[in-house]
Design a binder for this molecule. Structure first.
Ligand SMILES: Cc1cc2nc3c(=O)[nH]c(=O)nc-3n(C[C@H](O)[C@H](O)[C@H](O)COP(=O)(O)OP(=O)(O)OC[C@H]3O[C@@H](n4cnc5c(N)ncnc54)[C@H](O)[C@@H]3O)c2cc1C
Length: 419
């Protein structure tokens, strides 16, 4: 796994090892319902492999792997959302996602050539491992991706929100012994890093240096929920559905899960037309400034969001504010929630890529910030240059002159007009 500088080159001929094939997507479901982010991941897999097959004149597949109990019927849905094939394992012991047993069975499926006998019979005799693998970057997928990739002896890029498959010329002291080597079908896995001001590209490349020669497949990543769109469902799509008979022993069954519940997020952003979020700009007087945001949110009937650093408890606050607002549930951005309200008000937030990723699709964005060079200025519809301590009381004052709480229509007309 390396971070590397690259030269993109145009090259269409394929010299790649045919032992590594297809894109395998590890699907998650709960109570026999597919987790929506699994469909987002499947949608991106479909788009990537359509592009791949066109570019390399090949016919590699998107294969959904699904483990559970009583899940067979969901296979058709997975086909309708873009999978070419589904390999499912259905067993009472797989009802809940227990890492040890899931790792074992997923590893069995993706290294067993016979699991592909219906899907790509021509490669059964040479198939070794997947070319690419996608997992979800949620609590189950993050854990599972690391253990499966350890089992498969390859690398993993976590929390990815952009993917590109391309051919690259790579020169690296360790990997290529200083030679420039042409790598094909490389999965470039992007994640925002270094406070959002840099994209890190993570590559999982074979060691071509003869002294340490080693092949690294699959190229795998975990994908942040909300990063990609699902395909539009097409119930007429057809595909192969194949059942895998998992093998496990008593040792694997030591951990028992008795219940699994989908925990509803207590912060329901989707129920609000307006979201007011605050960031590190509250720093001069955190508690007084949160009270100001709270007052503004109340008068606008808005929900309150925060930037990621706030959730790290960087300010000393009384317990009430701490427990209500300083929680990961309120984080907006790649590591938190994606929101699309009618109005998004960013108070004391600079506008790092990761934050913008979670709110840039809001209908109307207002930023309150004294620094007009803050990146948030480039995405907002109205930039109010000023300290929140000065600006918010004026807005509250104006809004308070109106009787009672503003109705939805009034909010749109009057707030837009006034600001
Ligand atoms: C992998 C990764 C994932 C991440 N995910 C997320 C994510 O999901 N969500 C997220 O938010 N961040 C995320 N981050 C962090 C992100 O990169 C930024 O560091 C963060 O968003 C900055 O938070 P901020 O805007 O509150 O703070 P700052 O960048 O410090 O900005 C504070 C702003 O407040 C303004 N300000 C100062 N005084 C005042 C005042 N009196 N009144 C009003 N404004 C004032 C300043 O001008 C400044 O623009 C992630 C980072 C990484 C590496």
């Amino acid at each position: 796994m390396i971070m590397i500088t690259m030269n993109k080159i145009e090259n269409n001929h394929s010299t790649n090892n045919d032992s590594y094939r297809h894109l395998f997507v590890i699907i998650e479901s709960i109570n026999n319902e597919l987790i929506p982010a699994s469909l987002e991941m499947l949608g991106e897999a479909r788009r990537q492999m359509d592009h791949f097959n066109l570019k390399y004149k090949s016919n590699e597949k998107v294969i959904a792997i699904h483990l559970g109990h009583g899940i067979k019927d969901l296979s058709k849905d997975l086909i309708s959302y873009g999978a070419d094939a589904v390999i499912y394992a259905d067993d009472p012991h797989l009802k809940y996602p227990i890492n040890k047993i899931y790792t074992k069975i997923i590893s069995q499926i993706v290294t067993d050539p016979h699991s592909l006998k219906e899907i790509s019979p021509e490669y059964v005799s040479i198939f070794k491992k997947p070319r690419y693998m996608f997992f979800l970057a949620d609590s189950i997928g993050r854990h599972l991706s690391s253990t499966v990739l350890a089992e498969l002896d390859s690398g993993l890029a976590s929390d990815i929100n952009k993917l590109v498959i391309s051919d690259l010329d790579i020169k690296h002291q360790h990997k290529t012994k200083g030679e420039t080597i042409h790598y094909q079908k490389v999965l470039e896995m992007y994640r925002p890093d270094f406070s959002g001001f840099l994209w890190t590209t993570i590559l999982c490349l074979d060691n071509k240096n003869p002294e340490i020669a080693k092949e690294f497949h699959p190229q795998a990543c975990s994908i942040i929920p909300g990063a990609f769109q699902p395909c539009v469902q097409d119930t007429k799509r057809t595909g192969i559905i194949s059942q895998f008979s998992p093998q496990f022993d008593e040792q694997d069954l030591k951990i028992k899960v008795v219940k699994q519940e989908l925990v509803k997020n207590p912060v329901q952003f989707e129920n609000y037309k307006i979201i007011v979020s605050f960031g590190r700009g509250i720093k001069e007087d955190p508690e007084a400034n949160i009270k100001l945001v709270e007052k503004l949110a109340k008068i606008l009937d808005a929900e309150i969001g925060i930037s990621l650093p706030i959730s790290k408890k960087i300010f000393h606050l009384n317990e009430k504010y701490d427990s209500i607002y300083i929680t990961p549930n309120r984080v907006v951005g790649t590591s938190g929630r994606k929101v699309t309200p009618v109005i998004y008000i960013a108070v004391g937030i600079s506008g790092a890529i990761q934050h913008l990723d979670g709110m840039k699709d809001s209908d109307f964005i207002i930023a309150i910030n004294p620094d007009e060079n803050s990146p948030i200025k480039d995405v907002c519809d109205v930039f109010i240059k000023g300290r929140m301590e000065d600006v918010i009381p004026v807005i509250i004052d104006e809004l308070s002159k109106r009787s009672g709480q503003l109705k939805e229509k009034e909010i749109q007309v009057n707030t837009y007009g006034k600001l």
